[in-house]
Design a protein around this ligand. Structure first.
Ligand SMILES: CC(C)(COP(=O)(O)OP(=O)(O)OC[C@H]1O[C@@H](n2cnc3c(N)ncnc32)[C@H](O)[C@@H]1OP(=O)(O)O)[C@@H](O)C(=O)NCCC(=O)NCCS
Length: 167
């Protein structure tokens, strides 16, 4: 059993987390998404987001010192950047394929839920990939609607908007 630790990501993690996210998001090519649309979106989605890395609320989970998963939360709505009072957002979760189903993303999610609750938000939302819906549902998120997440002009993918109340 690996020892898992969580630390705040920094801009220096750009390269290593882009590799991790690219390996993780390649798993989305499992037939659930239309191949051509996924091929257009993957290069954009698979890069670590410099703004998140600098935010102080984006985390790296390391297993025996090696990056195994990443994810965070933010007040800004993904895509639009709008801020809605009391509402927070899950951002860019990914577990490396070598570390799936070890509870590592859940550790990161629990950290996000605790911090978002402490920020006095009352709800947290997620734009979940089709693959991740069960992961968020297991943590108490409910499906709101299927929507299109725009990655760049003319490039979008269906995601499941989900939400969970915060204590
Ligand atoms: C979604 C994702 C981050 C989950 O990472 P993970 O580290 O494997 O998740 P965990 O091990 O913490 O899972 C916790 C619980 O969530 C649920 N869960 C997670 N993945 C699941 C799956 N593929 N199918 C069904 N339930 C799942 C289970 O209840 C699991 O507990 P269990 O293993 O004891 O049954 C990972 O599958 C991933 O990186 N997917 C590709 C990228 C992606 O879609 N990211 C989400 C962006 S919104």
């Amino acid at each position: 059993m690996s020892e898992v630790t969580i630390r705040v990501a920094t801009p220096d993690d750009l390269g290593v987390l882009s590799e991790l996210i690219a390996a993780s998001y390649a798993m989305l090519d499992n037939g659930a998404y239309e191949a051509a649309r996924l091929a257009a979106a993957l290069p954009i989605m698979s890069r670590a987001n410099p703004n998140l890395l600098a935010s102080g609320t984006y985390f790296v989970a390391e297993a025996d010192g090696e990056p195994a998963a990443c994810g965070g939360w933010a007040r800004e709505t993904p895509g639009t950047g709008e801020i809605e009072e009391g509402v927070t957002h899950i951002r860019h979760f990914a577990t490396h394929p070598a570390h799936l189903r070890k509870g590592i993303a859940r550790l990161l999610l629990d950290r996000c839920l605790r911090e978002a609750a402490a920020s006095s938000a009352h709800v947290i939302k997620s734009q979940s990939t089709l693959m991740a819906e069960s992961f968020y549902a297991a943590a108490g998120f409910r499906r709101i609607r299927l929507m299109e997440a725009e990655m760049a002009p003319g490039i979008s993918l269906p995601v499941v908007e989900m939400a969970r109340d915060l204590p």
